[in-house]
Design a protein around this ligand. Structure first.
Ligand SMILES: N[C@@H](CCC(=O)N[C@@H](CS)C(=O)NCC(=O)O)C(=O)O
Length: 216
């Protein structure tokens, strides 16, 4: 049995969703960020970044959500992380693109409009929101064009890239991300949302996350 340490925040969404989608033999361990549960000596030994998700698979510790979802796919022989070099290169390209561009913009809107009110860390910063919206639209247009004529990011096959890049979108409505301006992206995310694992990835979650996920 693997152990997946998580909390009900953005990066953990994809790790929990893929674990559930694959029906992986995973014990989900919820950690409370506010109570300092990511900073205990035991957790810091597993992940010195004091972040989740963190996956423990026997002697192997895997940190970083994108690495975790690839590991889960391999472990379950699911093919979401393909074996061929061309497929892997394409996925790394999208992981990198997402970390620096699209996911960063979506993550910023998630932080300003969902995390700040939840943890009472002040009002949304209008300049940060404006900048994030510019970046979101800029890179959403690239993804939208890529998805025209493709069912999933790689084409016909669902892959870890879909679970990775779609990360901010379950929170699009709650964080006012302009998803509806991008019809291909909307259609692609609707396909992903047909999976219960994507809509409802967390075995334990706060009311704030439940409320954010409930609005579509
Ligand atoms: N690059 C990391 C990011 C992990 C991350 O930011 N995790 C958030 C929650 S999803 C976290 O642990 N936040 C708690 C904190 O920063 O104290 C990944 O993709 O796994």
């Amino acid at each position: 049995m693997m152990k997946l340490y998580y909390c009900d925040l953005l990066s953990a969404h994809k790790a929990c969703a893929v674990a559930r989608y694959l029906n992986a033999p995973v014990e989900f361990v919820y950690l409370d960020v506010i109570k300092g549960e990511l900073r205990t000596p035991a957790m810091l030994a597993l992940n010195p970044n004091a972040k989740v998700p963190t996956l423990v698979d026997a002697e192997q510790v895997v940190t970083e959500a994108d690495a975790i979802i690839c590991h889960l796919s391999d472990r379950m022989e699911a093919g979401l992380w393909p074996r061929d070099r061309a497929g892997q290169l394409e996925i790394i390209r999208w992981f990198s693109w997402n970390a620096m561009h699209f996911g960063r913009a979506g993550g910023s809107l998630y932080f300003e409009r969902i995390i700040k009110p939840r943890f009472r860390i002040g009002p949304a910063d209008p300049t940060a929101v404006e900048d994030a919206l510019i970046e979101f639209r800029r890179f959403a247009a690239v993804l939208d064009a890529h998805l025209a004529g493709r069912k999933w990011i790689l084409g016909d096959a669902l892959s870890v890239a879909d679970f990775s890049v779609a990360l901010p979108l379950p929170y699009a409505k709650a964080a006012s991300m302009p998803l509806d301006e991008f019809p291909q992206m909307r259609r692609w995310h609707d396909q992903l949302s047909e999976f219960a694992a994507w809509r409802d990835p967390f075995p334990v979650m706060s009311e704030a996350t439940a409320a954010a996920l409930a609005v579509r």
